[in-house]
Ligand binder design. Structure first.
Ligand code: COA
Length: 330
């Protein structure tokens, strides 16, 4: 049997994003949830969020972000051997939206599949992509994190209405002369399966007297405590595995769940002042699988991160699933 020969190293070669176009400030939501702009900003750091129009589908946002990432990487779609889409809001359960995205982009019948790891989906997919490139199962992998969480958010639910948002981010992963994607540290705590979830499954919806969308529900305070204390440990493990310390970092891109969680993690990790911290949540809200590439790309566009910088990514969410790795900024 022939043995596959992969690349010695893998790296992020390019990044692209698509922000949903509707800008929804806090003031537009507060009446339905008996809240205020001040409360939302204080408790979450969110000033406004992006929601998609009906035309801004999961497929459209994925394709737009991917075209940018391919352009940015200088890679032709036919060089992509595998497309991985991380999402929880592609509401057609099968087929995988990745297949339609791979086709629309003009790949040469690339392997394509979706993964479900909620807010940690992008970091999971980056781990898969880099392992594939190193194993030789794919030359280049396109990883997309995309959500239309506004479709499964109850705008009358005080605990979630102001949090979730829509958008897409994509990266191209390919061979590299130096290591650009560190070892992943990942895991799950299924004992806390119920903390963030869809309220019910489609069968329950169908037998209900008044069928309603199975929207997301969340026990916010419990998630907040878990993320603030447990995730800093995971982040440290990712640094250790990559053989770096916080002093070696240029950029810290945690999942954009809540500004207070971001601040708590940075504090617990004793992040040095020179490390720029992603704070995209203020304008974007929490876009789950899209949150990390959207936040990283904003930093690149704003000049807060540059190609070659060392960045720590960490994501966590429903499951509870989490993943972290150190990467070199493309
Ligand atoms: N507007 C105004 N008041 C609200 C409110 C709202 N939208 N939601 C809750 N409150 C009130 C509560 O009734 C409570 O009032 P009380 O003290 O009089 O009982 C008080 O605010 C505190 O409620 P609590 O639920 O403890 O708020 P919090 O400080 O935990 O903030 C979240 C709520 C959702 C912002 C926060 O828990 C959070 O961000 N959690 C993590 C979310 C996350 O990381 N998700 C990851 C998904 S991947």
């Amino acid at each position: 049997m022939l043995t596959l020969t992969g690349a010695s190293h893998a790296a992020l070669l390019g990044i692209g994003t698509y922000r949903a176009s509707l800008v929804v400030p806090n003031d537009e939501l507060v009446q339905a949830i008996d809240s205020s702009d001040e409360w939302i900003q204080q408790r979450s750091g969110i000033k406004e969020r992006r929601w998609a129009t009906p035309e801004e589908t999961i497929q459209l946002m994925s394709v737009e972000a991917s075209r940018q990432a391919l352009d940015n990487a200088g890679i032709d779609p036919r060089q992509i051997d595998c497309v991985i889409v991380a999402t929880i809001s592609h509401l057609l359960q099968t087929p995988a939206i990745a297949t339609a995205v791979a086709h629309e982009l003009g790949t040469d019948k690339a392997a394509a599949f979706d993964i479900s790891a909620a807010c940690a989906g992008f970091c999971h997919a980056v781990a898969l992509g880099s392992d594939m490139v190193r194993a030789g199962t794919a030359g280049h992998v396109l990883v997309i994190g995309v959500e239309r969480l506004s479709d499964i958010t109850d705008i009358k639910d005080r605990g979630t209405a102001f949090i979730f948002s829509d958008g897409a981010g994509a990266v191209v992963i390919g061979p590299s002369e130096t290591e650009g994607i560190g070892p992943v540290v990942w895991g799950s705590d299924g004992e806390q399966f119920d903390l963030i979830r869809q309220k019910e499954d489609w069968r329950d919806v169908l037998v209900a007297e008044t069928p309603e969308m199975p929207n997301l529900v969340m026990q916010g305070a419990a998630v907040f405590r878990w993320a603030s204390y447990e995730m800093a440990k995971i982040a440290h493990q990712a640094l250790d595995k990559a053989g770096v310390t916080v002093d070696d970092l240029d950029v810290f891109v945690p999942h954009q769940a809540n500004m207070r969680i971001i601040d708590a993690m940075a504090r617990t990790m004793k992040m040095p002042a020179h490390v720029r911290v992603a704070r995209d949540i203020a304008q974007q809200g929490n876009s789950s699988a899209a949150s990390i590439p959207l936040a990283l790309h904003r930093m690149i566009l704003d000049g807060d991160a540059k190609s070659g910088d060392t960045a720590l990514l960490i994501a966590f969410g429903a499951g509870l699933a989490y993943a972290a790795q150190v990467v070199t900024v493309p």
